[in-house]
Write a protein that binds this ligand. Structure first.
Ligand code: HEM
Length: 481
């Protein structure tokens, strides 16, 4: 009973075990308070691999980035599907996609991710550019003189609306814009309690979350969605797929659409915010990025600013290396996605050299990329924002070293291996397009003198939100002749 309460015993060959003395919680509180500091302190004491008792679960952390590849490529013994499926089902009120009621739904849904790549990605990015342009034009009419706004609120309203229209289509009514704002406000309320749902806290204990979630899901009813105009291939393909499953109810299908909406904006909005915040905080970075965009527009014979439509091919977007480096640098600073796997059986994981780790069925295995992103052996002065960190001799830099050895993994905001984000290419394009349009339409500056920190409640869950919003002002640029 004692071991059940405070933890279990380490067996031969297993990594050091850290039980903690708090019954049932183990080390969960210390971990959640500040995962990076906690994990680094355990690494100092126990080495690169250790198992921690976290609220009834046993989680083995691999801290050395050279070990990551052994976890990532072992999809058979280190799966993730069932664990993620339960969490998604509970959080978004969708039925399990692994249920035998829905044969091959999981595989079919994964197949749909092809519509986030290649030609479909080009179309998505083009539509996103058009939709962002329209929203910025609307903002221009309000910003003929300095217009003050909170920066997170600004990014959230622009990115939510543009992403929504690009993916799901335009809400045709005269008050279509208002409908999307309503969905956004409900999304923000739901998202604030998302970390508690992930932790397994019953939705009934989370105030209005259950009601808000139901209302959000209802927005994606068949009747509503058929009225929305345009929209993307990926959403159309998902709609067609759901129609093939008779046992999915109307509510279930709507809940699936809401889940995808959450995945497509919940990280992109804060990532856009941080990219913009760091650029405005670092005028030298903003000047270089602005210059790079100006050069591209000039060389392609395009005028910039209000009233002019910009068109950029995928290749041109890819070639904006300073912009990309600035986006990557902000992702390095603000991403906190833990990479989890579930051991499917007792087995010995072979690692670098002669190292190995004995793992138990039912335990979790975790990689925590923020410790890599802030590792001074990999990134010099890791706490500093250096917009050109990912540039070498004027080209993209993709070689980073630790202990003199080249790293395969050095930037992991989008997860790894089989669970890597399928929307990553679109996400980076969206952020780039937002920044391109922002700097070509407006002059802007931060007007509040404070440094932002992170809202720690989402540690481990993706891109962190700022701990407060910050005021900035922007003004329309004068038109080019
Ligand atoms: C999954 C990050 C944007 C769609 C994930 C995962 C991460 C992630 C870390 C894996 C979670 C896990 O380990 O289970 C991000 C970040 C983004 C972003 C940092 C923005 C900066 C997007 C966008 C879309 C998208 C724009 C869609 C248009 C998805 C989907 C999954 C996912 C559908 C689940 C994949 C699956 O079924 O396994 N994302 N994401 N994400 N992401 Fe993203």
């Amino acid at each position: 009973l004692l071991w059940a309460a405070i933890g279990r015993r380490r067996k031969a060959g297993e990594p050091p075990l850290i039980n903690g003395w708090i019954p049932f919680l183990g080390k969960a509180l210390s971990f959640m308070k500040d995962p990076s500091t906690f994990l680094l302190s355990q690494q100092q004491k126990f080495g690169n691999i250790f198992t921690i008792h976290l609220a009834g679960k046993y989680c083995t952390f691999f801290m050395d980035p050279f070990q990551f590849v052994y976890i990532v490529r072992n999809c058979k013994q280190l799966g993730f599907q069932e664990f993620a499926d339960k969490m998604i089902s509970r959080s978004f009120d969708v039925p399990s996609i692994l249920s035998t009621k829905f044969p091959e739904l999981n595989e079919n849904l994964h197949r749909m991710y092809q519509y986030l790549q290649g030609k479909s990605l080009d179309m998505l990015s083009e539509d996103m550019m058009k939709n962002l342009q329209q929203i910025f034009e609307r903002k221009c009419s309000q910003a003929t003189d300095w217009e003050a706004e909170k920066m997170y609120k600004f990014c959230c309203s622009v990115m939510f609306e543009a992403s929504f229209i690009t993916l799901y289509g335009r809400v045709p009514a005269a008050d279509g814009h208002k409908v999307i704002s309503e969905i956004r406000d409900k999304f923000t309320k739901f998202d604030a309690n998302f970390p508690y749902l992930v932790l397994g806290i019953p939705v009934e204990l989370l105030g209005a979350t259950k009601k808000v979630r139901k209302e959000l899901i209802r927005h994606f009813s068949y009747q509503n969605m058929t009225k929305w105009l345009g929209g993307s291939e990926v959403i159309q393909a998902r709609k067609d797929l759901f129609e093939k499953y008779e046992l999915l109810t109307v509510y279930d299908k709507a809940a699936h659409h809401f889940t995808f909406l959450w995945a497509s904006v919940a990280n992109t909005i804060p990532a856009t915010f941080w990219a913009m915040y760091y650029l405005l905080r670092h005028p030298e970075a903003l000047a270089v990025v602005r210059d790079e965009i100006d050069h591209l527009l000039q060389s392609t014979g395009q005028k910039k600013g209000p009233g002019y439509n910009i068109h950029l091919t995928r290749e041109q977007l890819d070639n904006l290396v300073y912009l990309e480096s600035a986006v990557n640098e902000s992702l390095r600073m603000c991403s906190s996605s833990i990479n989890l796997r579930l051991c499917q059986e007792d087995f010995i994981l072979k690692l670098d050299g002669n190292q190995k780790a004995t793992l138990r069925k039912g335990d979790l295995v975790a990689l925590y990329p923020p410790t890599l992103h802030m590792d001074p052996e990999v990134y010099e002065d890791p706490k500093e924002y250096k917009f050109d960190r990912y540039i070498e001799n004027g080209k993209k830099k993709t070689t980073f070293y630790k202990r003199g050895r080249k790293l395969k993994y050095f930037l992991m905001p989008f997860g790894s291996g089989s669970t890597k984000c399928p929307g990553r290419f679109f996400a980076v394009n969206e952020i780039k397009l937002f920044l391109i349009l922002f700097v070509t339409h407006f002059d802007a500056e931060i007007v509040e003198n404070k440094n932002l920190g992170f809202d720690n409640s989402r540690m481990g869950l993706g891109i962190l939100l700022p701990d407060s919003d910050i005021a900035f002002r922007y003004k329309i640029k004068s038109l080019e002749k």
